[in-house]
Write a protein that binds this ligand. Structure first.
Ligand SMILES: NC(=O)c1ccc[n+]([C@@H]2O[C@H](COP(=O)([O-])OP(=O)(O)OC[C@H]3O[C@@H](n4cnc5c(N)ncnc54)[C@H](O)[C@@H]3O)[C@@H](O)[C@H]2O)c1
Length: 325
């Protein structure tokens, strides 16, 4: 049994707890949250013991792996302590608030021999995994141009509204837009050059649009969380290849080519879990996939090779350069 210590029982901690419920051989045995009622809700799922703070859990809980779902500005200090305790550590994205913190984490992970995975979940999301396969296989020829968008209403759920404070979250650039940047860097590599435009009103930093220039194609990436509450959360992509255009815009993963339009079928996993998912783990999407990978690696004692700490720090570095451009 792989024993997980889960720190932060808010929005993402709840998502992770429900994923772990659906992974065989894994149990959340300790949870921590400043808000007792949040910790109790998640502890009830798996009979976990409760700690009042993340630091108390790290110092005292008997766990094999730790998962940090805290507000971003608290990631680094907790991760540095956790690296002295366990050999497998999951840190939600963005991995840290500053590049200096990111570099300190890389050094500490190497010094302590810790396997770290970061919650850059798009790398594990079925449609995006399929797109990466298509690009690498050259199924429809070379890429000509691509667009990735992530559009959200104002994120009002955070504890003490930490998300709306760019000094604690980094704003939409670091928190939201980093998902697509991390994915684009993972599939297409670092661009030859880029230019960014952003909303500079106040310190909310709530809109970023970046053009990334590659030798033979261009990628545009747009992210905002400044939209009204009634606006539906939207995450889409469109990639034009020589022989077809592939799009993920709410109607399934579509391929448009000279023969017409057809859906690219993706096998979604279905499972009789006892979590709140009602037995359909495809509801948990990439979150389930990334945590399954993390637990599988930890249970086997193998290296983490996807969504690694250096990958995540590279993405953070890129986004910080966009914001400061
Ligand atoms: N991968 C994704 O798609 C995704 C989506 C949302 C959030 N996130 C990331 O997940 C992380 C958490 O975000 P969230 O939306 O769950 O925030 P949240 O505000 O909903 O939850 C954070 C929780 O941490 C608790 N907390 C604060 N300080 C603590 C401490 N010292 N010890 C113990 N508990 C403490 C708060 O009480 C709160 O319950 C952030 O880094 C965020 O960027 C990732």
């Amino acid at each position: 049994m792989l024993k997980i210590g889960l720190i932060g029982c808010g929005f993402m901690g709840s998502m992770h707890a429900n994923c772990y419920q659906n992974i065989e051989g894994v149990q959340v045995t300790a949870v921590a949250d400043l808000r007792r009622e949040k910790a109790e809700q998640l502890a009830a799922l798996s009979g976990a013991e409760i700690y009042e703070t993340g630091m108390a859990l790290i110092e005292n809980a008997d766990v094999d792996a730790i998962d940090i779902c805290l507000p971003t500005y608290l990631h680094a200090e907790h991760a540095l302590l956790a690296m002295k305790k366990v050999k497998y550590l999951f840190i939600e994205k963005p991995v840290a608030l500053t590049l200096e913190e990111g570099k300190a984490l890389i050094e500490a992970a190497e010094a302590n021999g810790v396997n770290v995975q970061v919650g850059q979940v798009i790398r594990f999301w079925d449609e995006y995994v399929e797109l990466a396969k298509i690009v690498r296989a050259g199924t429809y020829g070379k890429v000509i141009h691509a667009n990735f968008r992530r559009l959200s209403p104002v994120p009002g759920w955070g504890w003490e509204d930490w998300l709306l404070d760019a000094r604690r979250s980094g704003g939409a650039g670091q928190d939201l837009h980093i998902h697509d940047i991390d994915y684009v860097l993972s599939v297409f590599g670092v661009p030859l050059s880029f230019s960014s435009a952003k909303n500079t009103l106040g310190n909310t930093n709530d809109y970023v649009c970046t053009l990334m220039n590659y030798p033979d194609f261009v990628v545009s990436v747009e992210g905002t969380w400044g939209l009204p509450e009634s606006y539906p959360f939207t995450a889409t992509f469109r990639v034009a290849f020589e022989k077809a255009t592939v799009e993920n815009a709410g109607a399934g993963l579509m391929c448009y080519d000279k023969n017409g339009a057809h859906e690219i079928k993706i096998e979604k996993k279905l499972l009789d879990g006892d979590g709140y998912t009602g037995g359909n783990i495809s509801d948990l999407g990439g979150y389930y996939n990334e945590l399954f990978y993390f637990c599988d690696r930890a249970a086997r004692g193998e290296r983490i090779e996807r969504a690694t700490l250096p990958d995540a720090v590279g993405s953070l570095d890129f986004v910080l350069r966009e914001i400061n451009q």
